[in-house]
Design a protein around this ligand. Structure first.
Ligand code: AMP
Ligand code: MG
Length: 411
């Protein structure tokens, strides 16, 4: 009807054109935050040997039978076993050894009496409670046995997985790599931050914002800076960037203006398509592939809010797909709108909002900043996007709306 492509349809086409890069092997800490790409089996048990769970005394449990505070069992202490001991001497009937947490159990002993149940004696110890067999002994393999699955392929590698991989002796692990995302800004009016803009010039904020968004999505980011509105320059910069990119994101130059060079230059190649998407902001969108490897490229509109909203809606899911993730969209919530909202017909509107959690646990939301897609300060105040569907033109005060909370570091 409007000649615009729906958000869903554009996203579907984008995602169906992407490939998940091959797994690579990384050092343990570099694997943090990525998906494991192999089934990691334990090639030794954890714990590796029977050891003490407490500081105390390794005993034959039978020797402690009947011990009470009034009538303690007194045993000679014939030595110490600190953590790291190699081959501790054994315990024979009627004797005990002082043992520290994590130290190997001596042969002959079947329980550890914690130091708190004793007088802490060094030559002789008074034991005031009987120990059951197995008391405070950690058995070899009780955490994981040899050959058991430690980390399954597809598991996100967080601190606990990093720790477990180290514990089973893995220095490196196969993971889904971070896609390398190259970000560049187009526009002859742009100058890089740190310089003073001359008449008619503005500072390039998009390459920073989009690089930050790409990093936040999990990508490894290269900010390639600014390209003026010049056909040949654009093509040569893009060609130079292809070698280090799994995905390219440009901003600017995709509308219908006379100097919208990205659209002009890339349309001619025939591999990048420029369409109107039924959304606001972010209507003009370019997507396709470049170069011999078919590197995907997103050409986003230049207005700062349009660029970031477009990233959120299309590029973030793409980066997540390339990371091997199954959940590509952020989780949305329903919230009560504390103000009436209006939205153009036939377009999905993304308004910047402030989401609050009420005392009853439910959410409410209010718009912040105006609807203009140049209003970056308004976006910076927001903590969510309010999504108003295509067919909705008016949201009465108090109605429920869909809200996408944005990831924010808390103060
Ligand atoms: P364009 O999409 O190139 O027509 O740009 C639309 C608007 O966004 C214009 O006002 C541009 O000056 C502005 N703009 C484009 N690129 C950037 C950028 N990298 N940083 C900040 N503003 C930009
Ligand atoms: Mg421009």
């Amino acid at each position: 009807m409007s000649g615009l492509r729906s958000v869903e349809e554009h996203l579907r086409r984008v995602l169906s054109d992407l490939r998940v890069p091959e797994p690579i092997e990384l050092a343990l800490l570099d694997a943090q935050g990525l998906l494991c790409a192999e089934d990691v089996l334990a090639d030794a048990p954890l714990p590796g040997f029977d050891n003490s769970q407490m500081d105390g005394y390794a005993v034959r449990s039978a020797d402690t039978a009947g011990a009470t505070a009034r009538e303690p069992v007194v045993l000679p202490v014939v030595g110490d076993i600190p953590a790291g001991s190699r081959a501790p001497r054994g315990v024979t009937s009627g004797l005990c050894l002082r043992i520290m947490t994590g130290a190997p159990m001596p042969s002959g002993a079947d329980a550890v009496v914690p130091v708190e149940w004793t007088d802490g004696g060094v030559a002789r110890v008074r034991i005031e409670r009987p120990a059951e067999p197995g008391l405070y002994v950690r058995r070899a393999g009780e955490d994981i046995r040899t050959g058991e699955l430690a980390v399954r392929a597809g598991t996100p590698i967080g601190p606990a997985q990093v720790g477990l991989l180290a514990a089973v002796g893995r220095e490196r692990v196969l993971v889904r790599p971070r896609p390398r995302v190259v970000v560049l800004s187009t526009g002859s009016e742009l100058v890089d931050v740190g310089r003073r803009p001359g008449a008619g010039e503005i500072l390039d904020s998009n390459s920073y914002a989009l690089a930050a968004a790409a990093r936040d999505a999990g990508a490894e980011v290269y900010r390639a800076g600014i390209v003026p509105d010049d056909h040949a320059r654009l093509l040569s910069v893009l060609e130079g960037q292809l070698v280090r990119s799994d995905l390219i994101v440009t901003s600017g130059g995709v509308s219908a203006g006379a100097y919208d060079v990205v659209k002009e230059a890339l349309s001619e190649l025939g591999t990048v398509e420029f369409v109107g998407v039924a959304m606001q902001p972010g209507k003009p969108q370019g997507f396709g592939t470049l170069g011999p490897d078919g590197t995907p490229i997103f050409c986003l509109p230049g207005n700062p809010v349009s660029a970031l909203v477009s990233f959120e809606v299309f590029v973030r899911p793409a980066v997540r797909l390339m990371l091997g993730k199954r959940h590509l969209a952020r989780r949305s919530v329903r919230a009560r709108s504390v103000q009436p909202l209006s939205s153009p017909p036939g377009r999905r509107q993304y308004r910047r909002g402030l989401l609050h959690r009420e005392a009853d646990g439910r959410y409410s939301v209010e718009p912040v900043g105006g609807a203009g897609s140049h209003l970056l300060a308004g976006l910076a105040q927001a903590n969510c996007l309010i999504v108003i569907d295509e067919e909705v033109t008016e949201v009465p005060e108090g109605d429920q709306v869909t809200v996408i909370p944005l990831l924010l570091a808390s103060a």
